[in-house]
Design a protein around this ligand. Structure first.
Ligand code: ADP
Ligand code: MG
Length: 621
């Protein structure tokens, strides 16, 4: 810092990141220059919002009765543009801090982002990095900011910079509250000294700023002064909707869907909600937390309101504005006013209804939604079974019969076989291998549809989902699903004779010893040689899986190995010509295979040596 005795001006140096940012703004960003005006107006609007809030809670505000507004004046001959607001203003310390030293992380992020997305496209979203003010240097030769804080005893101060390394701070003359920004326009930005040009930019980018903006001497407002969410739907273009979303979230992708609703009773409410395109926030997302923006009469009460939507809808972005919120009180009082649960009920209902509507109207889009956010809904069921009924209609599944498509539970029920009462599912590790599971054998042979649950969240979801309408959900791995009589007869013909099979069972028991609870015959298998089941009715395989995902210590209960008495491998295995050695190795391999398909094999690579041995034995013949 240096000091000039005559003018009392102090000189400060910008931080390295800010210098770099200024350099990019001045030398690389030629497109979208007009964005600077939006940024300055957005700052003015913030400042007005803040003083408004102050006036509601604090008696001691300078110029408490002047109109909250923004005035823009231009002088074409001088290439001068002035933007003045009656907002909260800044003290000397604040102006040094706000326009000189803070937001370096924002500058750094912006610089990083230019490397990834290219400099050209970034002007549009500079505001979201918390460095919007500096965009003025896309258009300015120099800038002077003169400000007077709302605090009655604060003195006016001015900040001056050319976008070089330094800025200057000096005492200033200013009697009214607020901030005045004087800009000497660069030659190639002189268009911004034309009123008509200013009016177009305001219409385009700043129309819904909540305070009047006047251009020149005009007494007529240049902006409609209605927030987007308070504007009639038919007056808003898709572009405006998407623009608003992008400004708010700084996601580059367009939102997947939007919900814009206005309501007068039982509460007065505006909501503009978006479903993002992806379940993950973008790298540069401006939304650091979940939650909706809560406004009351256009004034921001809370940036991240988490209790307007249940956990399982926390991916929804947007704004809720209600006139029924008590304004002249703190955020904490808003929380306890009793209005929040009512708002939550309404907003949640709107979102859920809209999703159901989307599922009917636009299946393709709904499937995109499901793929991005289904996991949130499943989690909702897992963590709060009270939500199950509400969420059920939104669930989608792949099935053995429709493995490429998403089916709803209603679709499933509609396709159920005549006698079928239960909804069957199988839990597995991935959609391909689950189709090979021996547990599916019987159902495949019966042409019965089975839900394929292969997402880790599915096991958690099953803790809260055991019934849909009057149909129970049942795992195909449960041992007690008995095939029908005639089914058994049909396969009887190819069966290994009972006495031979008994010998085989003994051989398996001997070889596997303590590792299995029992070895027995199964009439449920057709394609597979064997499968593992837990005979205990109280055993819950899903819970087991949940424990495994959570990395909890648990004992896997001993399993029973069931053999397919009609399988050719077993028939050959018992032939006299097979040596005892080979028999043992094959039994071991059959057991390992069953572990593998259950996803229970502790060390699959250990099988390699046995398989090699088996190959050798076979080839030696
Ligand atoms: P952001 O608006 O994201 O905070 P900016 O770079 O646009 O970042 O502005 C930096 C800060 O400068 C603002 O947070 C605010 O504190 C201050 N500021 C800018 N313009 C004004 C204004 N017209 N009135 C009062 N404070 C302002
Ligand atoms: Mg800003």
């Amino acid at each position: 810092m240096t000091e000039d005795k005559k003018t009392n001006a102090q000189s400060f140096t910008f931080k390295a990141e800010t210098k770099q940012l200024l350099n990019i703004l001045i030398h690389s960003l030629y497109k979208d220059k007009e964005v600077f005006l939006r940024e300055l107006l957005s700052n003015a609007s913030d400042a007005l919002n803040r003083v408004h809030f102050e006036m509601l809670t604090n008696q001691n505000v300078l110029d408490a009765d002047v109109e909250l507004n923004i005035r823009i004046t231009a002088d074409k001959d001088e290439r001068m543009l002035t933007i003045q607001d009656t907002g909260i203003g800044m003290t000397k310390d604040e102006i040094i801090e706000n326009l000189g030293t803070i937001a370096q992380s924002g500058a750094r992020n912006f610089i990083e982002a230019t490397k990834e997305s290219g400099e050209e496209n970034l002007a549009q979203v500079i505001g979201q990095f918390g460095v919007g003010f500096y965009s003025v240097f896309m258009a300015a030769e120099w800038v002077r900011v003169t400000s007077r804080s709302y605090k009655p005893r604060a003195k006016a101060v001015s900040w001056y910079a050319t976008g070089e390394d330094d800025f200057e701070i000096s005492p200033a003359e200013m009697n009214e509250r607020g901030t005045k920004i004087e800009i000497k326009l660069k030659k190639d930005a002189e268009e911004f000294a034309e009123d008509y040009r200013l009016n177009t930019v305001i219409k385009k980018h700043s129309d819904y700023i909540g305070f009047p903006i006047y251009v020149g001497d005009s007494e007529e407002q240049a902006n409609a002064q209605s927030s987007l969410w308070r504007t009639a739907r038919n007056e808003i273009t898709d572009e405006q909707y998407n623009d608003f979303y992008r400004q708010m979230t700084m996601e580059f992708e367009e939102p997947l869907h939007r919900i814009h609703s206005v309501m007068d009773a039982p509460v007065q409410l505006f909501a503009l909600l978006y479903i993002p395109a992806s379940g993950e926030r973008g790298v540069f997302s401006a939304r650091k937390e979940d939650g909706l923006k809560l406004y009351s009469r256009n004034i921001l009460i809370d940036e991240y309101t988490k209790d307007l939507l249940p956990e399982y809808l926390r991916f929804v972005q947007g704004v809720v504005d209600s006139e029924d919120l008590p304004l002249n009180v703190s955020r904490e009082t808003v929380q306890s006013s009793g209005l929040m649960p009512r708002l939550q009920k309404i907003v949640t209902g709107q979102v859920m209804r809209e999703l159901e509507k989307l599922a009917k109207k636009d299946v393709e889009k709904y499937n995109l939604f499901w793929e991005a956010f289904g996991v949130f809904l499943k989690q909702g069921i897992a963590s709060d079974p009270m939500t199950t009924e509400k969420v059920q209609p939104l669930l989608r599944f792949k099935t053995n019969k429709n493995p490429e498509e998403w089916s709803s539970l209603d679709d499933y029920v509609e396709r159920m076989q005549d006698e079928q009462k239960e909804i069957y599912y199988i839990v597995g590790d991935d959609p391909k291998s689950v189709l090979l599971s021996p547990h599916l054998d019987y159902f495949q042979s019966q042409d019965t549809e089975v839900l394929l649950l292969t997402d880790p969240m599915d096991s958690f979801m099953l803790m809260g989902l055991n019934q849909y309408k009057e149909h129970e959900l049942k795992s195909v791995a449960q041992a007690d699903i008995e095939p029908e009589e005639d089914e058994q007869k049909e396969s009887d013909e190819e069966k290994i004779p009972d006495d031979e099979f008994a010998t085989l069972l003994e051989l398996f028991k001997e070889t596997l010893g303590e590792r299995v609870e029992d070895v027995r015959t199964s009439n449920r298998l057709s394609q597979s040689v064997a499968r593992l089941v837990v005979a205990d009715d109280n055993f819950n395989p899903e819970l087991q899986r949940v424990y495994r995902y959570l990395g909890k210590d648990y004992e896997d209960p001993k399993k029973t190995l069931e053999l397919n008495p009609s399988h050719p491998i077993l028939k050959s295995l018992i032939a006299e010509s097979v040596e005892a050695d080979l028999q043992k190795e094959i039994i071991e391999q059959i057991y390992d295979n069953t572990l593998l398909v259950e996803g229970l094999h502790p060390d699959p690579s250990s099988m390699a040596s046995r398989i090699q041995k088996l190959m050798e034995m076979v080839l030696e013949k």
